[in-house]
Each structure stands twice: as structure tokens, then as C-alpha cells.
Design a protein around this ligand. Structure first.
Ligand code: MEV
Length: 435
């Protein structure tokens, strides 16, 4: 029997025993694999256990930092949580390159967030509109106890609009609500407001003259949207073309290939997905390190990349009058207060390393990390190719697979300074020195 009811009520030890018995052939070594990641500090372990349900261990990711980022004239050390071996190295290399060329410039356009009460209504649209306009103020006023604190911090509910969507789906309407949530990601705040708005709307509809038969109105759901195209940030770098490579010929070739690489990502979705994936290597690493919601950010960014009807590059390049400008625009709904940010010790530390940024400042750091990553990837792709640097960073992982000793590692590092570290080459090398 490999099903169970009441699993969540078992304690951690009991859960693991049950898993070992039913899914791991009673292999006690697997129990040790889980236990070796438990933190001996019981208070810290309990904190992590309580982040989620049915936790049985901790899942480590490397927590690294990329130095030398200059953003709007200020030095930044960017914390990054990511397992892919070349990401932090590529970010650091790009930071070093641009640090000498004026650094990154970033700005936030807006931080508006959106949520909807989705409902169906079978009556006349103009009567619904009349009812809504008559009751809009009362609907907004009913959220006052929820929005009071947010308003004191400069945020709150900014607008509620009725949207007729019946041309897309029979009887489908929305109350589209816009919010400012200052330094909080704001998901709970927005959802609480939306549920209150839905409740007030439904109650008022029940006693309204316009909506004669309130049974015609059915609230389907109230939920924030993770698509926040208005919550937009931009990061840029620029330098004279002469500064991009030593020889003039090299500069021209580099610029030509670099531009074409971005254009390819604008017309070829197969390439655009990988191009943007590379950008998200940088963005997600900062999102994770700072305790933000990477699923929300990923979903939003990719929808934004498709806003023209075709999935395209998030970055753009302009070369004019001998000047090279590389930029990114992307929507990022992030928080620097609330959620994990005040609970997870490493998240708190990451934010402190960043100088306890506002949400807008953090958006800028993330956009910069994404731009830096794309610059590094495209630079390698159109010059040396990606594998040289990638495999060099991956060498340690391959040596770990072979349980290489310290001495073997040192020999391998020396050897692969002048040889390409493909998987086969590493296997051959290990076999050779062990023979
Ligand atoms: C690998 O994680 C990311 C790249 O493939 C991105 C790109 O191709 O632009 C190197």
C-alpha cells in the first residue's frame, strides 16, 4: 500500500520512515541522505520546516555573490542563489567589463499591480454598468480597513474598473483592480482586497434595483494577476564601439554578430527562449537569493516577452554614431518586506548585502543581473563559443562525479587550463592519471 491518509500529521521521523519503507525499499542510507541536511540548530531547522508542509529535509542551492556591479553610480555586490556553475562567473565578468565603462543605468517606470474579480452576469450590460458606477465608491470604501496600513506606507487600492469581456466569453465580466504595494510583493494584500471587493459587490447587487435578479450574477473567483506589464524596469549599458574590442576589425565583427544575435532572438522563438532563459539565469538567481517568488516572475516575464503576439527577446541593442547601447526592459513584481524577507536568515543577509533596498531598487538590481547575463552569453556565443567557459566551470562537477582526490583535482585544473574540458576529455584524463 503506497497511499496514506494523515501523512501530514506524522512527525518528521515517522514521515521519513514511511517513505523509506514504501518508496525506497527500506534503504536506510536514503534516510541518512535526508538527515545529513538537517540543521543542528533546532530553532533554525524548525523555521525552515515551517515554511512549507510535509518538509523532510532542506534542499541546498549554492549562495554566491557577483562583485563589481556599478548601478546608477553606486557599487553593488549582487547575491545569487543558483546551481548552474557558470552563471555567477559570467555575471562577475560582465560587471567587471562594464564597471570600466560607466556601469549600468537602471530605472523603474511604474510599479502598478493588478488583480481581478472574475464574474459572470446574465443581465443587460448597461444596467450592470449603471449599478457599478452607482456603487463604485462604496465598493472601494469597503476595503478601507484592509488598505489603511498600506496607504500609510504610500500604497493602496488605486482603481476599480468594470470590464466587459462578453465578446471573449459569454456573460464574462471583471472588476479590474489596480494596486500599489510599495516595498511588499503584495500578493496577500491584493487577494484580501479582491475578496472583500467581491463580497461587497455581490451584497450590493443583491439589493439593487438595476440588477433585478441577483441570481444572474455569479462571482467566479477573486485573484491577483501575476502578469504585471506596468510594473516595469529598464537597465542599460553603453560605450563607444571602439571600447568593445582591441582591433577595429574585431570591433566591427563583434558588433555585427552581436546585433544579429539579438535580431535572431526577435524573429526565431527557438532562439528567443534560450536567449531569455539566459537572462533569467541572472534574474532568478537574485530572485531566489532575496526570497522572492520565481514562479510568478518567470510566468510574467515570458508572457511579457510574447506581448507582440510572438515570443521575442527581452533585450535590445542599438548601434549609432559609433556608440553601442544594450538594454533590457522587463516586468518584475518583487518585495523587500514581508514574506520570506523577514524570516529566512540568508534572505535577510542578501538584502543587507544589497543595502536593504526598496522594491524599486531591487527591481533594478534584478534587471541589471539579467542584462549582464545576456551580455556575457552573447559575447561568448558570437566570439569563442559558450562551451569553453562553461566546461571550465563545469570541471569541478565532473571531478566530483569521479570522486577526484585533492591531488587529482590540482592536476586536472592545471591540465585543463590549456585543454577543452569536455566530458570525454575529463574521463580520459582521470583514467590516465589513475592508471
Ligand atoms: C545557459 O544556461 C544559457 C545560455 O544558453 C543563454 C544563451 O544561449 O543566450 C548560454
Amino acid at each position: 500500500m503506497t497511499r496514506i491518509s494523515g501523512f501530514s500529521r506524522l512527525n518528521k521521523e515517522e514521515k521519513i520512515n514511511w517513505i523509506c519503507k514504501h518508496y525506497l525499499d527500506n534503504d536506510l542510507k536514503e534516510k541518512q541522505v535526508l538527515q545529513q541536511y538537517w540543521n543542528p540548530d533546532l530553532k533554525l531547522q524548525k523555521l525552515h520546516d515551517e515554511f512549507s508542509e510535509n518538509t523532510i529535509s532542506n534542499y541546498y542551492l549554492p549562495f554566491g555573490v557577483a562583485p563589481n556591479f556599478v548601478i546608477n553610480g553606486r557599487d553593488h555586490l549582487i547575491p545569487m542563489a543558483i546551481e548552474e556553475s557558470s552563471v555567477v562567473a559570467a555575471a562577475s565578468k560582465a560587471a567587471k567589463f562594464w564597471e570600466k565603462r560607466g556601469g549600468f543605468k537602471a530605472k523603474v517606470f511604474n510599479t502598478t499591480k493588478v488583480g481581478h474579480v472574475h464574474f459572470s452576469y446574465e443581465g443587460k450590460a448597461d444596467q450592470l454598468e449603471k449599478f457599478f458606477q452607482q456603487n463604485k465608491e462604496q465598493i472601494i470604501a469597503s476595503t478601507e480597513p484592509i488598505t489603511r496600513n498600506m496607504e500609510k506606507r504610500g500604497g493602496g487600492l488605486r482603481s476599480v474598473e468594470l470590464k466587459n469581456k462578453t465578446h471573449e466569453l459569454d456573460n464574462y465580466y471583471q472588476l479590474e483592480c489596480k494596486f500599489q504595494t510599495v516595498d511588499a510583493m503584495g500578493a496577500n494584500f491584493i487577494n484580501t482586497c479582491l475578496e472583500k471587493i467581491a463580497e461587497t459587490f455581490e451584497t450590493l447587487a443583491g439589493s439593487s434595483d438595476e440588477i433585478k435578479d441577483a441570481d444572474n450574477l455569479l462571482i467566479i473567483m477573486s485573484i491577483l494577476s501575476n502578469y504585471v506589464p506596468e510594473c516595469l524596469v529598464e537597465a542599460k549599458v553603453n560605450c563607444p564601439v571602439d571600447d568593445l574590442a582591441k582591433a577595429e576589425e574585431e570591433q566591427e565583427l563583434f558588433v555585427r554578430k552581436f546585433k544579429q544575435a539579438v535580431q535572431i532572438a526577435n524573429v526565431e522563438p527557438y532562439r528567443a527562449v534560450t536567449h531569455n532563459k539566459g537572462i533569467m539565469n541572472g534574474v532568478d538567481a537574485v530572485v531566489l537569493a532575496t526570497g522572492n517568488d520565481f514562479r510568478a516572475i518567470e510566468a510574467c516575464v515570458h508572457a511579457y516577452a510574447s506581448r507582440s503576439g510572438r515570443y521575442q527577446s527581452l533585450t535590445d541593442v542599438k548601434v549609432e554614431d559609433g556608440s553601442f547601447e544594450f538594454s533590457i526592459q522587463l516586468p518584475l513584481a518583487v518585495g523587500t518586506i514581508g514574506g520570506l524577507t523577514s524570516l529566512h536568515p540568508l534572505v535577510k543577509l542578501a538584502l543587507r548585502i544589497l543595502g536593504n533596498p526598496t522594491a524599486e531598487e531591487l527591481m533594478q538590481v534584478m534587471a541589471v543581473a539579467g542584462l549582464a547575463q545576456n551580455f556575457g552569453a552573447l559575447h561568448s556565443l558570437v566570439t569563442s563559443g559558450i562551451q569553453k567557459g562553461h566546461m571550465k566551470m563545469h570541471l569541478m562537477n565532473m571531478l566530483n562525479q569521479f570522486d577526484a582526490t585533492e591531488n587529482e583535482r590540482l592536476q586536472a585544473i592545471e591540465f585543463f587550463k590549456t585543454h577543452t574540458a569536455t566530458h570525454n576529455e575529463v574521463v580520459n584524463f582521470i583514467n590516465r592519471i589513475r592508471a
